[in-house]
Structure formats: C-alpha cells, structure tokens
Design a protein around this ligand. Structure first.
Ligand code: GAR
Length: 193
C-alpha cells in the first residue's frame, strides 16, 4: 500500500477529495500526513475531521527554504512516505525534497498549463477572456508549474459566466481529475521506489 503525504496551504478541498476517493474506491494507498505551511489553513480542520495527522511547518521559523524542507523531509522519513501530492501548496520546492522524491511529487493546477501558471490561474484565465480553460495534473520540478504534464481536462467559459461560476466548475473538475490521475499512477506503481 502506497503511503502518501498531501501538502496544502488553503481550504483543502482537493485533500478531502483525495482522502474520500481513496476510501470510496478502495485505492491501494493511504494518506499518512498533511503538511501545511499556514496556521490558518482550512486544510488543518479537514485533517482533524478525517483523522489524518498534520504538521504545520512555518517557514518563517527556519533560516531558509532548504532548512524548512529538511524538517519536512525528516517528518516524511519518519512516516515512511512514498509519494507527495501538492494540493494548493503555494510554495516552490527545492532539491532538498525534489531529489529524494524525484518523479514522486505531483501537483494540480487550475488552468491548462503552460497557460496561466502561478497562484491565480482561474482568475488570470477569466480576466484574459479565454473561452476554454481547465485543470492540469503534472510532475513537480523546481519551476513554477513547469513539470511534465500527466493529465489535463478542459473547462468551457461561457460568455455570461461570472468568476465564481468558473471557480466552482474548475474545483469540481479538479477533484475528479486528481483522484482519477492518482488511481492511474497507483495502478502503474509510480510511487514505488
Ligand atoms: C486549487 O484550485 C489548486 O489547483 C490551486 O489552489 C487551489 C487549492 O484549493 N493550486 C494552485 O494554484 C497551484 N499553483 P483547495 O485547498 O480547496 O484544494
């Protein structure tokens, strides 16, 4: 059974969707820890409800990103984590985590990469006026949303859509695409060293 850690900075809706899908579809995986970098992240409450242990890593308490990631790596080693799923983790990773987990860190992004990378993918696509945006699941490298693409799904923006309509549609597609992609990666044995 594959041991996963989820990293989140926000509400944690993707974290919940992944945890629920693992249970409902009896996927051969278990989320053994949530890593959060903000003490007010909604994901913490979700972890408590799900009974999943969490660790708050406040980067301000460390000398630099590498030092914060060493603390995370230490926790992941203790938990014997095989793979990492970023779910709204609003930070770039360094080689401290990328090297030991090469090919075993996945991210979800709320736009069709390489368009609209960064922290406001839904809004940026909406403001640009594209009529098709979507969701991307990709491997993580040191860049901002630049790793090799694994899966994408389009979402149409209607002329009379408001931003919140698009946000709702994107999030629904995210929850479905992330869980389906996780199932596929587990099937392929991707997280096994
Ligand atoms: C999601 O829409 C995710 O794709 C996005 O943050 C949101 C987190 O929501 N991530 C990025 O923009 C990464 N560049 P959640 O906390 O409810 O899962």
């Amino acid at each position: 059974i594959t041991r996963l850690a989820v990293f989140a900075s926000g509400q944690g809706s993707n974290f919940v969707a992944l945890a629920q899908a693992i249970q409902a579809q009896q996927l051969p995986a278990t989320i053994v820890r949530l890593i959060v970098d903000k003490k007010n992240a909604g994901a913490i409450e979700k972890a408590k409800q799900l009974g999943i242990p969490y660790t708050l890593v406040d980067y301000r308490h460390f000398a630099d990103r590498q030092a914060a990631e060493l603390a995370i790596l230490d926790q992941l080693n203790q938990d014997q984590v095989d793979g990492i799923l970023l779910a709204g983790y609003m930070r770039l990773l360094t080689e401290t985590l990328l090297t030991p987990y090469a090919g075993r860190i996945i991210n979800i992004h709320p736009a069709l990469l390489p368009s609209f990378p960064g922290t406001h993918g839904i809004q940026d696509a909406f403001d640009y006026g594209v009529r098709v945006t979507g969701v991307t699941v990709h491997y993580v490298d040191a860049g901002m949303d630049t790793g090799k693409i694994i899966a994408q799904q389009p979402v149409v923006i209607a002329v009379d859509d408001q931003l919140i309509d698009v946000e709702a549609r994107i999030h629904a597609v995210e929850h479905q695409l992330y869980t389906a992609t996780l199932a596929m990666l587990l099937e392929r044995g991707e997280f096994i060293k």
